[in-house]
Design a protein around this ligand. Structure first.
Ligand code: SF4
Ligand code: ZN
Length: 711
């Protein structure tokens, strides 16, 4: 078959290219020159994943070329074509790695090139919830710029993460489409070798979430095939190199759809290599080939709606109007009512509409979403309300930040010109609440207030009253005050043996699932991801060890886990999937723990970055001494309670410290009588090494220094 010749030819061509590039790099820099990508703990991730070897220098690459050669067999069996494709991907990774020598930044706006580990971890939750139902890799230039952009937009509107390689990048720019990780359209690079950066994401997902050991190529490919919902769209004209890369994609289980009908004699591979002239059909055919199902919520608004628009930013100059809770009275509120009091889908605007406001002006807004249903509980009000941020943000040209009465909403000029008005905010809330909470919300109506007087009166009356009651309820919710905890296994889609145990004082490590969220999820889907764990059979209260918890994790991890404790980082700690917001690890010199958040790319006193700390845990395995957790857990009375509590915290990045300061200081004061505890905690501006940190902690008389030894 000609296809094989093509793959082999392409592979040979890339191999030769790589060999030349490596040799000339060695001639220029010498064999000992360090190589690697920024912000990853996996070295050259593809090579590491496939072979189990971490490449550190140019010499290592040179040696690795021999290993790659061995993959390039010529037996003309299908499997060899695929392995040859993998070899091409590895060569591409070497070529890309050379671009990063000496800390160079080879990719400029809008291209990303290599993607950091943190981006992959961030994708965890949206991928498991189906918010991101798939990953598209688009290669080359579409027949016309408009057709290319339409295809990209069609995926974006489905929430699919789109990566772009080659000519398509200029095409989407030409039609004025915004790109970036925040809108889930990521231009990788214009050279075909930059496609390896998305292959690298897929392979790292297997290492991060799947507990696949580097070098276990067979399980690696099984993992990407079964769990990474990616596919490739490659535009004509294909050449040998693209086809060889395509074979690599197929080896990982990603189908390739192309409009090149002639190349390599028009050979097809069922479900893997699909030829299709009509680009407008690429979307449907690709989703079918990869078996991706899209959740559709029909929302009656004049702009596009998709989770991909959640991260969109609307600048001052682009906005039609703004509602700003930090300056004027604004709020959002969910209220439970009797079903009979609600007229389903009634959306009322009380006050002036957006077209009565001056361009660029600031206004009041308040929405009350009234819900009713036999199974509705007031506990779910805050759970639903917290989703408003995501809901409203999904509209293209609509930006929402904050919550409760500290919200800010911007509506872009483009959205306004498309006909977007205040009532459409109500349409979004109605549609999403009914869709996501259909099991508890039978009827829903929305009232939108835009008069300053109404907003002021409601905010200072009804709204504050509700918030106050809710806060009291939250404060009264402790691990001791409830009878049940919840398991969450949402992340098993990527981490097959991972189970989170969610308690009132310990939210899921992703930060997105609180005890109330888990309770609501259980009510919505009794057979779903969150199951009740009745608190029974105390083994050790201090550790938070319970027979019922052990039985549950054993059951939901399919036997992979025997026991976990709720409050210890040393003894049977809870496992991590990989999408944790933070990770803490023991800092032996100061007898405490350092915490790093995912956004922090710098060094920590552990001598490791967040990525490196994170790579020590994950994949549903227990790793005493390291633990993934949510940001809000840091101020919990149960944080490391078994090892002495949050007094153990000796270091955090400044940004994280500022974020948790108010709550953390309040807990430290209440529990230990310490004032301004965060002033005693180091950060990167104070110390990045254990010695300097230790001196600082001594000066501050940090409590960890005199606590029982951790190890
Ligand atoms: Fe995943 Fe745990 Fe969050 Fe559930 S609570 S989504 S299992 S990280
Ligand atoms: Zn997870």
């Amino acid at each position: 078959m000609l296809l094989f010749d093509t793959v082999f030819n392409g592979n040979d061509a890339v191999y030769k290219l790589t060999e030349d590039a490596v040799n000339s790099a060695i001639a220029q820099h010498g064999e000992d020159k360090a190589v690697g990508f920024p912000d990853t703990a996996y070295g050259l991730p593809c090579y590491n994943a496939v072979t189990g070897t971490k490449i550190k220098t140019l010499k290592d690459i040179k040696d690795a070329m021999g290993v790659v050669k061995s993959l390039m067999t010529r037996e003309r069996r299908l499997n060899d074509a695929f392995m040859s494709g993998v070899a091409t991907a590895l060569c591409a990774e070497f070529i890309e790695a050379l671009k990063y020598i000496d800390g160079a930044t080879p990719y400029a706006e809008p291209c990303y090139g290599h993607l950091a580990d943190a981006i992959i971890r961030e994708l965890g939750v949206p991928l498991v919830t189906g918010d991101i139902p798939g990953v598209a890799v688009i290669l080359g230039a579409a027949p016309t710029a408009q057709e290319g952009a339409d295809l990209v937009k069609s995926y974006q509107e489905q929430g699919i993460l789109v990566t772009l390689v080659g000519g398509i990048i200029d095409q989407v720019a030409e039609v004025g489409m915004k790109t970036g990780a925040n809108v889930r359209v990521i231009p990788l690079g214009k050279d075909v070798t930059s496609v390896v950066h998305v292959v690298s994401v897929a392979l790292r997902a297997a290492l991060i979430f799947g507990n696949i050991q580097p070098g276990d190529a067979a399980n690696l490919m099984k993992y990407t095939f079964e769990r990474v919902p990616a596919f490739v769209n490659a535009f004509k004209p294909l050449d040998d190199v693209i086809v060889a890369c395509g074979a690599g994609a197929i080896a990982l289980g990603f189908p390739v759809v192309t409009n090149d009908m002639d190349y390599a004699n028009g050979v097809k591979v069922p479900k893997s290599l699909i030829r299709l002239e009509d680009v407008s059909k690429f979307n449907a055919v690709s989703l079918e080939a990869r078996d991706i199902k899209i959740k559709i919520t029909h929302i009656d608004i004049p702009v596009s709606y998709a989770s991909a628009f959640e991260g969109e930013i609307i600048r001052r100059g682009d906005m039609q109007v703004e509602f700003d809770g930090s300056r004027v009275d604004c709020f959002e509120l969910v209220q439970t009512k009797e079903v009979a009091e609600i007229e389903d889908h009634k959306i009322e605007l009380i006050g002036p509409d957006i077209d009565e406001f001056e361009v660029g002006s600031k206004h009041n807004i308040g929405f009350v979403v009234e819900v009713g249903g036999k199974k509705m509980q007031t506990d779910f009000e805050s759970v639903i309300e917290r989703k408003f941020h995501t809901y409203i943000n999904g509209g293209e040209g609509i930006m929402h930040t904050g919550q409760r009465d500290m919200i800010r909403i911007r509506i872009s000029k483009d959205a306004f010109n498309a006909g977007f008005r205040a009532k459409h905010l109500g349409e979004i809330l109605y549609a999403k609440v009914k869709n996501d909470y259909e099991a508890v919300v039978d009827r829903c109506q929305v009232k939108i207030y835009t008069n300053p007087e109404d907003c002021k009166e409601l905010r200072h009356g009804l709204v504050f009253n509700v918030f106050e009651k809710r806060d009291e309820r939250l404060l009264s919710l402790t691990d001791e005050s409830v009878d049940v905890y919840y398991s969450c296994i949402l992340c098993q889609a990527f981490s097959p043996s991972h189970v989170c145990v969610v308690t009132p004082e310990r939210l899921g490590l992703c930060g997105a699932v609180s005890w109330l969220d888990a309770k609501a999820t259980n009510e919505l889907e009794p057979e779903g991801a969150c199951q009740i764990i009745t608190k029974e059979g105390v083994i050790d209260e201090k550790l938070g060890a319970y027979e019922s918890v052990n039985t549950a994790v054993n059951k939901y991890s399919m036997g992979a886990l025997e026991k976990v404790t709720l409050y210890s980082i040393m003894e049977d700690p809870m496992t991590s999937c990989g999408c944790f917001e933070c990770i803490c690890g023991i800092e032996p010199m100061s007898n405490g723990v350092a915490i790093a958040n995912r956004e922090y790319a710098g060094a920590t006193p552990l001598g490791m970055t967040f990525s490196e700390m994170a790579s020590m845990t994950g994949g549903g395995v227990q790793t005493p001494g390291f633990m993934g957790h949510g940001k809000h857990f840091i101020s919990s009375k149960k944080f490391m309670a078994a090892e002495g509590g949050l007094e153990r915290i000796v270091w955090m990045p400044k940004e994280l410290k500022d974020f948790v300061a108010e709550r953390l200081n309040a807990t430290a004061k209440e529990m230990y009588g310490i004032d301004n505890f965060t002033d005693m905690i180091g950060d990167e501006t104070i110390a990045e090494d254990p010695e300097t940190l230790y001196t600082f902690l001594q000066e501050k008389n940090h409590p960890a220094l005199s606590m029982d030894p951790l190890m």
